[in-house]
Design a protein around this ligand. Structure first.
Ligand code: RRO
Length: 304
């Protein structure tokens, strides 16, 4: 059998394979994002960027446990003005670049999206889902009404594709995705991290300085798969799956649940950018041995 075609599309954006870098890992400098692309990713999502620079929370901000990790970074970022150069350089290197943004109001999201459009980003990813920063993320992304209002305000301000990133920490993630679709989003990204916490029994206190954080890695894969499955059953937009992907077969599972592309984060923080080449090779081998010649043949097949 000939080599399978691993190219895919998310709406109007075409990618050489379905593997994108998830926000929050290696997405703060042009050099690291170009390295990720050269290691086999088809595109990158930047660190989440807000209006002003933020130092984030004090250490410890990360707790690794065997099958994943907990983080409460606290949205550290250089601010939208300083980030312009990073987006411009990454784009100039030919890397498909999705700019992640966070705001505390619809108008703030819209202003950030307009800047990212001016910098040349290929799409914006609205972070409606960070689980542990007061006034941002999931605090404004947990109701369909607020999701709809943010997406609509951004839609009225920019022409570039809008990806809305969902929190899994709700009872009906598909309802959130439906609101984003109705308001004019171009794709749904699912999921952000799952709210959790670690306690040190010896120290008799929470491990993270912020106590509560977001769980990622292999431990959350089945939450991600279920979310993608529910979202793709409810809404007609392309879905980008995230959560616990570390091998080619994980990617196949997300595609079969209904995703058109996926993002990889924790596996990159554990194994470095080289994981993209390995996962791409594994996906291609899986497709060959299972008789798939294109990504499209796999998308949503577990739903039929
Ligand atoms: O910065 C963070 O603490 C963070 C963000 Br913005 C997010 O979207 N998800 C997450 O787990 N951590």
């Amino acid at each position: 059998m000939s080599v399978p075609d691993t190219g895919t599309a998310v709406g109007t954006l075409k990618f050489r394979n379905p593997l994108l870098l998830a926000s929050g890992i290696l997405g703060e400098s042009a050099a690291s994002m170009v390295r990720v692309y050269n290691s086999g990713a088809a595109g990158v999502v930047t660190k989440s960027i807000g209006s002003e620079s933020r130092p984030g929370y004090r250490n410890p901000t990360v707790f690794e446990f065997g099958s994943g990790m907990l983080n409460a970074m606290g949205l550290p970022n250089p601010g939208i003005v300083d980030f312009g150069e990073v987006v411009r350089k990454t784009r100039a290197s030919g890397v498909p670049t999705i700019a992640s943004i966070f705001g505390s109001s619809p108008a703030e999201f819209a202003a950030l999206a307009a800047s990212m459009q001016e910098y040349g980003a290929d799409a914006v990813e609205l972070n409606l889902s960070c689980p542990h920063v007061e006034g941002f993320g999931a605090e404004i992304g947990s109701t369909p009404a607020m999701v709809g209002e943010v997406v609509k305000t951004v839609r009225d301000s920019v022409s570039l594709p809008i990806w809305a990133k969902m929190t899994p920490n709700v009872s009906d993630v598909a309802a959130l995705a439906g609101a984003a679709e109705d308001a004019g989003a171009d794709a749904i990204v699912a999921i952000n991290t799952v709210k959790g916490m670690a306690i040190s029994a010896k120290l008799r206190m929470p491990v993270l300085s912020h106590s509560v954080g977001g769980m990622s890695g292999r431990a959350v894969k089945y939450v991600g798969l279920r979310s993608v499955y529910e979202i793709s059953g409810r809404c007609g937009l392309p879905v980008v799956g995230v959560g616990g992907i570390s091998c080619g077969e994980d990617v196949a599972e997300y595609l079969m649940a209904g995703a058109s592309a996926v993002q990889v984060g924790t596996a990159v923080s554990e194994g470095g950018p080289g994981v993209f080449g390995r996962i791409a090779g594994e996906l291609s081998s899986f497709m060959s041995s299972e008789g798939f010649s294109s990504i499209r043949e796999m998308v949503g097949i577990a739903r039929r």
